[in-house]
Design a protein around this ligand. Structure first.
Ligand code: AMP
Length: 411
């Protein structure tokens, strides 16, 4: 990897600005899942062990209206972080201005500051005023539109920038690209470094045979992924709701299954140029309504009138297992069915199990829902890597460069 890593940078005594991903789920002012905070600890501990002054910041939720200022307050995160680190974390209830600058100037080595939600800058303008339109919707957008003054200002607060937030790496925001473009030294944190190494190994330098599994709801979300992966893989196994647009392209009856009629042509195009690389389901599980009702197994891709296909069927599971056998690299994005319903989680679970059996392969899950499915179904430790960034890993699978990583200095 050509990007600077933490270990390439001298952080002792330096003010280190760390863009973390503390976008944790909250309920009634409490953090309900602290996995993302836990995941940031190795980078923070490394910096503390090397006598840095650690200045942390992140977005939290979507800040679109004034009400969101309360809902997306970062203060509870500081409390959780304090417990995990076993040392005080000074929370600064602002993201710019004198209070923040004073707090940073007073820092000693091994102190930790967490400042307020970077997306508050989407609703608070450069004069500290709330900025909304007639409907109460935020208009300042300084963080999410990468306001150059804000990026420069944040960069001026520290000596070194560490990007450890993979979840926003596909966005050019002030708190990643803005800072990285205005500071003399920047590097990747441990989390982002691992993501980039794993995705690059899985997608850019795959050991063959390389089999991709693509599922989920919509073809439209995965066009870029299929397009890019077709140039890399030996096979693409397609499942999930998106398979029905392919079936429609082949002239099958699909009942009330998910269909994107305007994507039938692109599905035809993919099938024509795939040269046999695209493998579609051969049967399915159908239901009379979108509900967790007992499934009816079909014996072909066709779905009965009045029914909808909600999962792949047993023959498809056999077929996909055979296709996966002997694979040396597997990349998976998108569940095979409506895994949230117990009756229609069978295909996704079977694919998890089939991949887990490949002990001699590099196995990668990219994307929010497939990662959630694998974890929910108990396969958390059975893959080489489960990417933490939904949108970011999807864009990586599309072959796009991620601006948040691109902006970090090369070695
Ligand atoms: P995605 O975010 O595109 O990966 O899609 C994930 C969603 O696709 C999940 O919420 C699944 O319930 C849904 N999904 C998968 N298969 C189907 C299907 N056959 N019909 C409807 N929704 C599906």
């Amino acid at each position: 990897m050509n990007k600077k890593e933490l270990k390439d940078v001298k952080v002792n005594g330096k003010k280190v600005l760390v863009r973390v991903d503390f976008n944790v789920p909250m309920k009634d002012g409490q953090v309900t899942n602290d996995n993302r905070i836990t995941a940031a600890i190795p980078t923070i501990k490394y910096l503390l062990d090397h006598q840095a002054k650690v200045i942390l910041f992140s977005h939290l939720g979507k800040v679109k209206t004034v009400d969101d200022l309360k809902k997306c307050d970062m203060a509870p995160v500081a409390k959780v972080l304090e417990q995990k680190l076993g040392q005080p974390v000074k929370f600064v209830n602002s993201f710019e201005g004198k209070e923040l600058e004073d707090a940073i100037n007073q820092m000693h080595e091994q102190d930790v500051i967490l400042f307020q939600n970077t997306r508050f800058a989407d609703i608070i303008d450069g004069n500290g005023q709330i900025s909304v339109d007639n409907n109460g919707a935020a208009t300042a957008k300084r963080e999410s539109k990468n306001n150059p003054t804000l990026g420069k200002y944040w960069a001026s607060l520290g000596d070194i920038f560490v990007n450890d937030a993979f979840g926003t790496a596909h966005r050019a925001h002030a708190s990643n690209v803005g800072i990285a473009s205005n500071i003399s030294e920047s590097c990747l944190g441990f989390l982002v470094e691992k993501e980039v190494k794993m995705l690059s190994q899985g997608v850019d330098h795959p050991v063959k045979p390389f089999v991709a599994i693509i599922g989920g709801a919509k073809v439209s979300d995965k066009i870029g992924v299929i397009e890019h992966l077709l140039t890399k893989v030996d096979k693409i196994l397609i499942g999930g709701g998106m398979a029905y647009t392919f079936f429609a392209a082949q002239g099958y009856k699909i009942g009330n299954s998910l269909l994107e009629a305007d994507k039938i042509d692109i599905a035809k195009e993919f099938l024509a140029k795939a040269n046999g690389k695209i493998i579609l389901p051969v049967d399915g599980l159908e239901a009379p309504e979108f509900a967790d009702v007992p499934a009816k197994v079909t014996d072909s891709p066709e779905i009965d009138d009045g029914y909808m296909g909600l999962d792949i069927g047993p023959q498809t599971i056999d077929l996909f297992e055979k296709e996966l056998f002997g694979a040396k690299t597997v990349a998976w994005n998108g569940p095979m069915g409506v895994f949230e319903f117990r009756n229609y989680s069978v295909g996704t679970k079977a694919i998890c199990a089939a991949i887990a059996k490949l002990t001699d392969a590099f196995t990668l899950i990219g994307g929010g829902d497939s990662a959630a499915a694998a974890i929910q179904l108990g396969y958390q430790d059975k893959f080489t890597h489960i990417s933490t960034g939904g949108g970011a890993s999807l864009e990586y699978l599309e072959g796009k460069t991620l601006p948040g990583i691109e902006a970090v200095q090369n070695k």
